[in-house]
Structure formats: structure tokens, C-alpha cells
Write a protein that binds this ligand. Structure first.
Ligand code: GLN
Length: 425
């Protein structure tokens, strides 16, 4: 059997291929030379499987889709508060290149140019490397390959960067930028000229979808709190003055770029990238929007559509041992608030003082902080009721198996060994 997913993706781009509306960005002269017919789509699952169709090998400049990654890098290096001191998180309702500040004299958010130039300025020069080069290396790590700059697009934008320079001078005037605005704006423009394909974008996005861990290498590249911050801002501000429309129709945190790319990231599920150079009046790819709208509708990807909880946590429960006095719970899935509440409600039915309770966590894929706290609290209460607790937790994810009352739990590598040892009970 061949998975039908690639055929489905081809079907989606074919359906959008007929729409020829929109215009190429021409305020960056080099972008006006792009082939307007290009069309590509890629999707990465949260475990790193990439599907792609159309012009998926064609490189184009990342432009504003670099902004969330610059923001992520700044948050990771400086901490959320230090970045918030300089850039807000409020949707502006304005065009991406509006020359504006919030009432508190900070740029309104990091997804519009004033905010993005500011976050760029926070990336301090390291070992003589400029911000754009540091960011190129960072994005290359996320993409899993060496990315490069498009010098022609860079030169072309630098020559006509009057608007971004105005923004830079305004930011310098109010003290948000602390050094020469021309250098910062030029280096920000270089950041925008990094070349990517839709396949690179979905790999970069899959790190965000996967809570900051690269699903291909298992390496943590960003903290969970940083990822949450970035995706929140993408959701509220990523599509500029079309953000509300996007939230209601597509409902996927996203960022677009004037070369025609759109990257959408649905936490815990997928990242999707589309590329088609013709833009609407907001500077977002016309066919890119159509593609994401369609995928969101067909695949039920709208963020508000439902919870990712599988609504099950206890895969099986049975009694075993000599006098059926081992009560075994095998758990499966993700242990967050919803599932922890369900589990504790089930454990509540254990009769006081009776069984030895065995809980097998080996098939739990993620234990969230709140899940761990609630679980350990439940364990203390079971012990208070007179139960003996035995755990199977080969990956030792329970803080050295100490409960809140500082009881040390018996932990086993696998369920079979545990049952074998205790079958005489
Ligand atoms: N380099 C472009 C600019 O600063 C990026 C804008 C965009 O992609 N929306 O104007």
C-alpha cells in the first residue's frame, strides 16, 4: 500500500493552480523577475515525515518568514522579558511595513517590520559574525542543511530600502535601536534574503510543531516556553492586517513572506509550507492562502476545532497475581491536565487498603509538568490510603520517582519482570 497523502497534496495544488490573480512584489525589483507560475506545497508531520509536491526543489527568499525564527533566537538567548522590553505582542492591524509604534513607544509586535528590525538588533554580534550570519546558521540547523543568502535579492532590496530605513531611523530616535540604524536595517534585509524551499520551511516548522525538539535528530533546539511565545505571536500577528480573517478561516499560526511563501505550524500536529509568488493586497501569497484554507478545512486543522487529547489514558486495566491483588494500569498517550484528571478519577475507584497498584508509564509519549504534578499527588493519596505503588518507567521521567511527600517509589524497567517478581502476592 502507498499512503495517499502525496496524491492528496497534488490534488490540492492542482485545484489552486487555476487562480492567476494577485501581483508579484515589485518594491524589491529583483522579486518582480520571479516566475509567477511557481507553485509548491510541503507538509511535515510532528515526527518529521516530509511530503512535498510541485516546485518543491525551487529556492526562494524567506523574507518575512524569517521573523518568527529571529524572534525565537532572541527569546532563547535573552529571555522573554528582555525581548518584551523592546517589542510588544499586540496585533497592529496595519500593513507589514507601516512606520508606526505602539503608545508605549515599542514596536507593536515582532512580525511587522518595525518589530522584526528591533528583534534583529538584539542578536548581538558573536565572534565577529553579524546577526544575519548567526541567523543563517541557526536556520540551517533547523532546516537540517546549509542555507545560503541570495545576494541579488539582498542588493536589490538594500538599494531601495527607503521605507525600512525610515523605520530604522524612527526606532533609533526613540532609543529602541541602540546603534547605527543603517547597519541594522541592511543586516535585517540580509536575514530576509536567506534561500529556502518549501521542504526546508516545513522542517524548520516541525521543530516549532514539536515543542522545540528537532523530530529528526531528537535534539532540543528551543525551549518550550519560547515556542509557545513564537506560535502565539504568529497566530495573532503573522498575517498582518489580515490576521483576524486568517484566524477565523484557517486557524493555524502562520507567517507569510513577500517572495510568496507561507509557513503554517499547528502545535503537536503538522507544519505546512506553500509557495506561489503572486500576492494579494496584504502582501500574502494568493494561492498560498487558498492552499492553507483548503488543507485546514479538509483535514480539520483549525486550532479552535478541538483538543489534541485522545480522551483516553488508561489503555488497559486488569487484576493479576495470586489473589488477584495486583491491580495493573497500562497507560498510553500524552499525560496533560485532561488525561491526568481522567486517570485520577479512575484511580479514585480503587478500594481503600486493598491492592498493590501497578502503573505502567512506558507507553506514555509525553508527560507535561501539570500531568506529572497531578500524577505524583495522586500517588501520595493512594499510599495514604494504604496501597503499595509500583511503577514501570524505563525512561525515568518522574523526577527520581519521588512523590510530593518525598516518598521514593519502586520503579521497574518493564511490566513482565515486575509481574514475575510479585506474582506470589
Ligand atoms: N524584506 C521584506 C521587507 O522588509 C520582507 C517583508 C515581507 O516579507 N513581508 O520589506
Amino acid at each position: 500500500m502507498k499512503t495517499p497523502l502525496p496524491d492528496y497534496l497534488v490534488h490540492v495544488i492542482d485545484a489552486c493552480d487555476t487562480d492567476n490573480s494577485g501581483r508579484l512584489a515589485d518594491y524589491i525589483p529583483e522579486l518582480a523577475n520571479a516566475n509567477p507560475n511557481r507553485l509548491a506545497l510541503a507538509l511535515s508531520t510532528v515526527d518529521g515525515e516530509v511530503y512535498s509536491v510541485g516546485d518543491d526543489e525551487i529556492e526562494f527568499t524567506i523574507q518575512s518568514m524569517s521573523k518568527p525564527f529571529t524572534y525565537a533566537y532572541a527569546l532563547q538567548k535573552l529571555g522573554i522579558d528582555a525581548v518584551l522590553d523592546k517589542v510588544g505582542v499586540e496585533p497592529s492591524g496595519e500593513a507589514f511595513n507601516q512606520i508606526s509604534l505602539g503608545n508605549d513607544r515599542r514596536p507593536k509586535n515582532p512580525m511587522i517590520n518595525s518589530g522584526a528590525i528591533t528583534t534583529h538588533s538584539l542578536i548581538s554580534i558573536k565572534e565577529g559574525l553579524q546577526g544575519a550570519e548567526i541567523l543563517r546558521e541557526f536556520m540551517s540547523e533547523l532546516a537540517g542543511r546549509e542555507l545560503r543568502f541570495d545576494d541579488a535579492v539582498y542588493q536589490s532590496e538594500v538599494k531601495t530600502a527607503y521605507r525600512n530605513l525610515s523605520i530604522g531611523y524612527m526606532l533609533r530616535t526613540v532609543g529602541i535601536l541602540e546603534s547605527d540604524p543603517v547597519d541594522i536595517v541592511n543586516d535585517y534585509i540580509r536575514q530576509c534574503s536567506i534561500l529556502v524551499t518549501v521542504k526546508d520551511l516545513v522542517r524548520m516548522g516541525s521543530v516549532l510543531a514539536n515543542g522545540g525538539v528537532d523530530p529528526k535528530t531528537g535534539k532540543r533546539l528551543l525551549n518550550r516556553a519560547v515556542v509557545r511565545q513564537v506560535l502565539s505571536v504568529m497566530m495573532s500577528c503573522g498575517m498582518y492586517d489580515a490576521a483576524g480573517d486568517w484566524l477565523t478561516t484557517v486557524g493555524i499560526p502562520a507567517k507569510s513572506g513577500v517572495a510568496g511563501g507561507i509557513l503554517g505550524v499547528l502545535p503537536g500536529q503538522v507544519s505546512i509550507a506553500a509557495f506561489s509568488p503572486k500576492l494579494d493586497e496584504h502582501g500574502n501569497s494568493v494561492r498560498g492562502i487558498e492552499i492553507l484554507e483548503r488543507l485546514s478545512r479538509d483535514m480539520g486543522l483549525h486550532l479552535m476545532e478541538g483538543t489534541s487529547s485522545a480522551q483516553t489514558i488508561v489503555q488497559s486495566h486488569y487484576l493479576t497475581g495470586k489473589n488477584a491483588s495486583l491491580s495493573v494500569y497500562v497507560l498510553r498517550g500524552v499525560l496533560k491536565f485532561t488525561e491526568a484528571e481522567m486517570l485520577l478519577r479512575t484511580l479514585q475507584c480503587e478500594p481503600v487498603n486493598k491492592n498493590t497498584i501497578v502503573i505502567d508509564l512506558s507507553q506514555i509519549s509525553l508527560i507535561h509538568d501539570v500531568g506529572k504534578r497531578m500524577f505524583l499527588e495522586g500517588i501520595d493519596r493512594l499510599i495514604d490510603d494504604g496501597h503499595t505503588l509500583l511503577l514501570v518507567d524505563p525512561e525515568q521521567r518522574l523526577d527520581h520517582a519521588r512523590t510530593h511527600k518525598d516518598r521514593i517509589l519502586h520503579v521497574y524497567q518493564n511490566l513482565e519482570d515486575l509481574i514475575e517478581k510479585h506474582k506470589e502476592l
